[in-house]
Write a new protein. Structure first.
Ligand code: NAP
Ligand code: GDD
Length: 324
């Protein structure tokens, strides 16, 4: 079979790196939109040993021309729009930028697909943050949205634009409504990685405490390596659609901490300090997804439970911190 070309925006992020690895392993020619930065953003691609097997295209999602050129240069038949300002906390400090990248950026990619190759299949990285102030105890594709952050509002716009381009222009455009997913490649600002990094530092005598905000918040956490398979499966379907991708289990930040500290023989209560600086202006108290449709239609199911995920992350951080 001739190899297919795929374009990933956000290829330097957590999911971009796992997806690049998955697609390269499946025989794709993988291209990535790469925004110029003054610091190294390629470490995740190196970590998964895939940097040499992808082709980076210089461009920024805020720039319509970049999106069009990326489509032209890559000749992609599958487009995965993962680029975003993805940290919820920052979205209150940079709401307009978040709207531009996370919201309007998706429209730039949809336009690029429509202009350059309307036959290409498009994946939008939608999010459980769109459920925000949850309207149903278990959230599915039919649960009404109620975003609680500028990030959630920007993602909701991008989500509806994806639906709109599917209905208006017949694009093969799908949205994955993904619940939180983590890995050793997670950004340090997100709570799981902040915890596992701190556990490693405390265990190795390099830190004493971990300052957190609302540890009563509950999230449905899965492993990023499992979740990128669901993205790919969505683009292999004859018909585009929207899918919730989740584990179907929810856990408090407090219990996630307990697992992480216990893995190295420590008690989280001895080290966690509550610091109001990490409270958010509006909180998403609980998220719990119903992955039934993804299981029935895509044959996808989360394979990694929270304990396995968190211990994998603690072990990776122990190795990283020990080398510093
Ligand atoms: P991430 O690690 O924060 O990666 C974000 C990516 O977007 C990075 O490659 C970043 O590039 C790129 N980017 C940011 N601004 C850009 C711009 N103006 N132009 C081009 N690229 C830009 O996020 P992630 O965890 O991999 O998540 C991937 C996507 O899924 C995001 O859209 C996120 O909002 C969404 N999502 C994530 C989760 C989750 O739990 N992880 C759940 C639901 C949805 P740099 O490396 O140069 O900064
Ligand atoms: N980051 C962070 N730092 N979160 C904390 C802290 C802290 O010190 N203390 C408590 N939390 C709580 C947050 O208030 C939130 O309720 C929860 O931990 C998870 O926070 P994050 O890990 O930052 O993730 P998120 O749920 O806000 O957003 C992530 O998941 C979304 C999907 O639901 C991001 O990956 C988004 O991009 C993604 O769309």
């Amino acid at each position: 079979m001739a190899s297919k070309n795929a374009l990933i925006t956000g290829i330097t992020g957590q999911d971009g790196a796992y997806l690049a690895r998955l697609l390269v392993d499946k025989g794709y020619q993988v291209f990535g939109l790469h925004a110029r930065r003054s610091t190294d953003t390629l470490w995740r691609l190196r970590y998964l040993d895939v940097l040499d097997q992808v082709q980076l295209i210089d461009g920024d999602l805020c720039d319509q021309g970049s999106a069009i050129r990326a489509m032209q240069k890559s000749q992609a038949v599958e487009v995965y729009n993962l680029a975003a300002q993805s940290f919820v906390g920052t979205s209150w400090e940079q709401p307009a930028l978040t709207g531009q990248v996370t919201g309007l950026g998706a429209t730039h990619m949809l336009e690029a697909v429509r202009i350059v190759n309307p036959q290409a299949r498009f994946y939008q990285a939608s999010t459980s943050e769109m459920f925000g102030l949850i309207q149903e105890t278990v959230q599915s594709e039919t649960t009404p949205f109620y975003p609680r952050s500028p990030y959630g509002a920007a993602k909701l716009y991008a989500h509806w634009m994806t639906v709109n381009y599917r209905e208006s222009f017949n694009l093969h455009a799908s949205s994955g409504i993904l619940f939180n997913h983590e890995s050793p490649l997670r950004g340090i600002e997100f709570v799981t990685r902040k915890v596992t990094d701190a556990v490693a530092r405390i265990k190795l005598g390099k830190a004493k405490e971990l300052r957190l905000g609302n540890i009563d918040a509950k999230r449905d956490w899965g492993f990023a390596g499992d979740y990128v398979e669901a993205m790919w499966l969505m683009l292999q379907q004859d018909t585009p659609d929207d899918y919730v991708v989740a584990t179907g289990t929810t856990t408090t930040v407090r219990d996630m901490c307990r697992i992480a500290f216990a893995h190295v023989g420590l008690n989280h209560e001895d080290h966690v300090v509550i610091d109001p600086r990490f409270y958010r202006p509006a909180e998403v108290d609980v998220l719990l997804g119903n992955p039934g449709k993804a299981e029935a239609k895509l044959g996808w199911k989360a394979k990694t439970d929270l304990e396995t995920l968190i211990t994998m992350m603690v072990d990776a951080d122990l190795a990283r911190v020990a080398k510093e």
